[in-house]
Design a binder for this molecule. Structure first.
Ligand code: IPM
Ligand code: MG
Length: 372
């Protein structure tokens, strides 16, 4: 029997292409693993009314890790309209399967390293090496949302919150409410994960990203929790910044930052910014990590217009594969894979279209495998 069981979840669009590429390097690196394909994605939403079917959840319950490609997501109304006729009018609502996996398996850490590999012509600046810790289960991703707003909720808000007065006059279908929910435990554990990482990797500073000057309750709690956790790590610097200012400063002085930690939505936003500074979404890799399970993925979407063309850059997924190897405790294989990626980037001969080249997805994977 293989040492590891890995759930293999290509999903939609280019998710299929990039996982094919990942498999080339995994086979070359010689991971002793069985890869079990799981159904996930738009096709299963349309046919079964569930983009993350029960059988896939059961698969995830019994694996060491998962590699995930990408998923097509559409707004609720469009999604409902695309359901098979027999499933229409059942009141099914589409929710992103990756968000559901994060919550269902308590994958509370979204780890997004953004490193400028030397010689990548797409680097914003050489030497950038940022690591984003994004809280992955709470915040505006809570899924607690109302459109139209139920009468009871409107009445309650009218009673409890003075700033609600102007909204209280509106008809219930003329506004919507999304709840940003942040817990003390959830905030503390993501900040602790960021500081633990900083300590282990000898990083100098953790920057807490928030908007506590305006979003006082939830972000106030996040910042307060962060300050408390920081006390356990006296050798590591800590500072904090409002998310809007953060986006400017990151561009202006990327070398002032090291490890960033943020609630879910701000983490989503700044991790795209950081990815762009190291070459764009073709280089953005991501680990959704919990105590028992971790799901690794590129941060890009399913890019339907490129589906099946083997055109897109698989490096994001290959770096996510590297993260998976680290998480499995296969540090030397992970390091070898990262070196191979760095080498191919530095040589600059094999380049996909985003790198202004003409190499295909699989040619890139093969070039990386060649270096292993
Ligand atoms: C990400 C993506 C997802 C998110 C989408 C696809 C639901 O943007 O992983 O950053 O918002 O978390
Ligand atoms: Mg995102």
């Amino acid at each position: 029997m293989a040492k590891y069981r890995i759930a293999w979840l290509p999903g939609d669009g280019i998710g299929v292409d990039v996982l094919e590429a990942a498999r080339i390097v995994l086979d070359k690196v010689g991971l002793d693993a069985g890869y079990i394909a799981g159904d996930i994605g738009w096709e299963f939403w349309r046919r079964e009314g569930d983009a993350l079917p029960r059988r896939t959840i059961e698969l995830l319950e019994g694996v060491d890790a998962a590699l995930f490609g990408a998923i097509t997501s559409k707004p609720a109304k469009t999604a409902a309209a695309e359901l098979a006729p027999a499933l229409q009018d059942r009141g099914l609502t589409y929710r992103s399967p990756i968000v559901r996996m994060r919550q269902m398996f308590d994958l509370y850490i979204c780890l997004r390293p953004c490193k400028a590999y030397p010689g990548n012509a797409l680097n914003f600046k050489e030497g950038i090496d940022l690591v984003v810790f994004r809280e992955n289960t709470e915040d505006l991703y809570s899924g607690v949302e109302f459109a139209p707003v139920p009468r009871e909720l409107a009445d309650m808000l009218g009673k409890l919150a003075k700033p609600f007065t102007p909204f209280a006059k509106l008809p219930l279908d003329q506004y919507a409410v999304s709840c940003k929910i942040n817990t003390r435990t959830g905030s503390e554990r993501i900040v602790r994960a960021a500081f633990d990482f900083a300590r282990k990797r000898k990083r100098k500073k953790v920057t807490v990203v928030h908007k506590a000057n305006v979003v006082r309750a939830t972000d106030g709690l996040f910042l307060e929790a962060a300050k408390a956790v920081a006390k356990d790590f006296p050798e590591i610097g800590m500072d904090d910044a409002n998310v809007d200012a953060m986006t400017m400063w990151l561009l202006k002085n990327p070398f002032n930052y090291d490890v960033l930690v943020a609630p879910n939505l701000y983490g989503d936003i700044i991790s795209d910014l950081c990815a762009q500074m190291v070459g764009g979404l073709g280089f953005g890799c991501s680990g959704n990590i919990g105590a028992k399970l971790a799901v690794f993925e590129p941060t890009h979407g399913s890019a339907p217009k490129y589906a099946g063309q083997h055109k897109v850059n698989p490096i994001a997924t290959i770096l996510a594969t590297k993260m998976m190897l680290d998480w499995l405790g296969e540090g030397s294989k992970a390091a070898a894979l990262e070196n191979a990626v760095a080498q191919v980037i530095k040589e600059g001969k094999v380049r996909t279209y985003d790198m202004r080249g003409t190499s295909t997805t699989l040619q890139m994977a093969e070039a990386i495998a060649e270096e292993l």
